[in-house]
Write a protein that binds this ligand. Structure first.
Ligand SMILES: NC(=O)C1=CN([C@@H]2O[C@H](COP(=O)(O)OP(=O)(O)OC[C@H]3O[C@@H](n4cnc5c(N)ncnc54)[C@H](OP(=O)(O)O)[C@@H]3O)[C@@H](O)[C@H]2O)C=CC1
Ligand SMILES: CC(=O)C(=O)O
Ligand SMILES: [Mg+2]
Length: 556
């Protein structure tokens, strides 16, 4: 079938639109059968062989490339390997290695992995998607779409952003239990502003500067309408759009389509969930009321603003008003603390998404550096979403430990090469007192006879459950309430052993269980808000909903 579809597509495509992709290998059964040279070779042997081969490959990028090939040829084998060792393979198929894979996408390209749509084809998007849908044997349920403009903290990688759409969908399958044949990675090629990429002879995307937001919006309008019409039940996840576009698209489409933005909302959810656990531990140690936590953010982009807004719910739960909750946050960008007296704020040039968190209480004084802000605010928590490696320096981290019994420090920028603070420095500079979560994984460290396990504050703990829950509920949209419900479900997913070990997040090897709980929370909220259409799930209590989510999960 794939060949037939490819042919159908090549007849209407040009430019960078590649032939249609069979989502994560729609025709995998056929491929597996024909690629097996002898009928006595078992799937167990194939799995053992894959694991042995991976161990012999010298770099994580080579492992990533090999696994990508396996995923296209034999998804069941690929997802069996991930099922057996998610903790070991997540850093290969996802952050940090996926960042390098996106940077080198055109160099390691082995064939289409998803749907590549070029802005040059924007007037034919409805036709292209309708034909694509008509030729698929399985209907996509989850689409992850990027324009490649802000891939992790690595900047504008153009068409290389396809790697992130693929990586996220692998986690939808491995972590959330979505059927791989129901996943569709999409990249919208709108050019790239990274000149070195445009000049690379191997680059497979459009060699033009990135489209303006106005032109991009015209393209997105067509894509969102056509994708929702071709796949009316699918959930569309927006991923790694540069901050201005991310907010503009979320605002425009959130009430119109079944979509959410992972960087703004998924990250908001996962950090709210982890902060709930961290704040409780910190308050138990210090005696400080939960409502009195103070949070400083390094970064004022889509992730920082999205997380700060979602974290406000923590303070609302403590009884604060919206204004009082907002007062618990201080955001810093490259120009320092965002204050009402800063020249770019006074002149009105500040990006609109930052305006909500402008501080009006600094009496004309500016605080240009993180150290200045920490001294001024005396925060209980520090969150890094600045894309700046090592930005949480020794002085600042030591000061946090002087100010707090157990400082909460979340350096969340990805990949590891952009992370604000390593786990070992965090432990050393706080004398082991830190409550830590990073965006990309760090290994546990033994300290004072105890094994210290870092948290991984990464949206992959929630987006599979958000998408799966919205899908199962048949939700008409993904509401803010559903996002907050996902955070609460995540915070309630810690088991007794994990709580005793002081973890902020459930262990990765329980991700399927956790995703089912997150999805159930999302379904429940959709029902409460009257946004669900799946009548079969109505009237079920939380336990029954979790069971339904478990039952609906696909296993390799
Ligand atoms: N852990 C997770 O689950 C997630 C992590 N992330 C990570 O968050 C990071 C940021 O993403 P996003 O918000 O979309 O990106 P942006 O590039 O839009 O935002 C980065 C922000 O950091 C500020 N900044 C950059 N350098 C410094 C510095 N030296 N000091 C102070 N501020 C600085 C920028 O300031 P200015 O505005 O002045 O340019 C900007 O506000 C990425 O690395 C991404 O991988 C994102 C989503 C999820
Ligand atoms: C994790 C993620 O979504 C990001 O770093 O952009
Ligand atoms: Mg992202």
């Amino acid at each position: 079938m794939a060949a037939a579809v490819a042919q159908a597509f090549s007849s209407i495509s040009n430019g960078t639109l590649t032939p249609p992709y069979t989502p994560n290998g729609t025709d995998s059964k056929e491929i597996s059968r024909s690629s097996s040279p002898h009928p006595t070779i078992t799937s167990e042997q194939n799995l053992l062989r894959l694991k042995a081969h991976l161990q012999n490959l010298p770099t994580d990028l080579l492992k990533h490339v090999h696994l990508s090939k396996i995923r296209r040829e034999d998804p069941a084998l690929y997802f069996s390997a991930i099922r057996d060792d998610l903790t070991g393979l997540a850093p290969i198929v996802y952050t940090p290695t996926v960042g390098e894979a996106c940077q080198k996408y055109s160099h390691i390209y082995q064939g289409p992995e998803g749907l590549y749509l070029s802005i040059d084809d924007k007037d034919r998007i409805p036709e292209i998607l309708a034909e694509y849908a008509a030729n698929l044997s399985t209907t996509p349920q989850i689409l992850v779409v990027t324009d490649g403009s802000r891939i992790l903290g690595l900047g504008d990688l153009g068409i290389g952003g396809m790697g992130i759409s693929v990586g996220k969908l692998n986690l939808y399958v491995a972590g959330g239990g979505v059927n791989p044949h129901g996943t569709l990675p999409v990249v919208l090629d709108m050019g790239t502003n990274t000149e070195a990429i445009r000049n690379d002879p191997l680059y497979i995307g459009l060699r033009r500067p990135r489209a303006s937001l106005e032109e991009a919006t015209e393209f997105m309008d067509k894509f969102m309408a056509a994708a929702s019409s071709a796949f009316p039940k699918a959930v569309i996840q927006h991923e790694d759009f540069y901050s201005e576009a991310a907010f503009a698209f979320l605002e425009k489409y959130k009430n119109q389509y079944r979509m959410f933005n992972d960087d703004i909302e998924g990250t908001g959810s996962v950090i709210l969930g982890g902060f709930m656990a961290a704040a409780k531990q910190a308050s138990a140690a210090s005696g400080k009321a939960l409502k009195d936590h103070r949070v400083v953010f390094l970064g004022g982009g889509s992730a920082a603003v999205g997380v700060a807004k979602e974290m406000m719910n923590f303070f609302r739960m403590q009884g604060l008003t919206e204004d009082e909750a907002r007062e618990r946050f201080w955001l810093i960008d490259t120009k320092g603390l965002i204050t009402s007296t800063r020249p770019d704020v006074v002149s009105g040039k500040i990006a609109s998404h930052k305006k909500y968190f402008i501080r009006n209480d600094t009496e004309g004084k500016e605080y240009p550096s993180l150290a200045d802000v920490v001294e001024y605010v005396k925060p209980t928590a520090l969150v890094g979403l600045s894309t700046t490696f090592g930005a949480f320096g020794e002085d600042v981290v030591r000061r946090m430990a002087e100010l707090n019994e157990t400082p909460i420090i979340f350096p969340l920028s990805n990949p590891t090469s952009k992370c604000e603070l390593s786990f070992s420095d965090a432990l050393d500079w706080t004398n082991g007192k830190v409550l830590f979560a990073s965006g990309s994984p760090y290994a546990p460290i033994e300290r004072d006879g105890l094994l210290r396990e870092p948290g991984q504050g990464n949206n992959f703990l929630v987006f599979p459950g958000i998408g799966f829950g919205a899908l199962q509920a048949g939700a008409t949209k993904v509401s803010e309430g559903m996002i907050t419900a996902s955070a609460i479900s995540l915070s309630e997913a810690l088991n007794d052993e994990e709580k005793k070990a002081g973890l902020l997040y459930p262990r990765l090897d329980r991700i399927r269980e956790v995703s089912a709980k997150v999805a159930a929370g999302v379904v429940k909220k959709a029902q409460e808000e009257g946004l669900d259409t799946n009548e079969k799930l109505r009237g079920l209590d939380e336990k029954a909903l979790v069971e339904e989510m478990n039952k609906a999960q696909w296993w390799p």
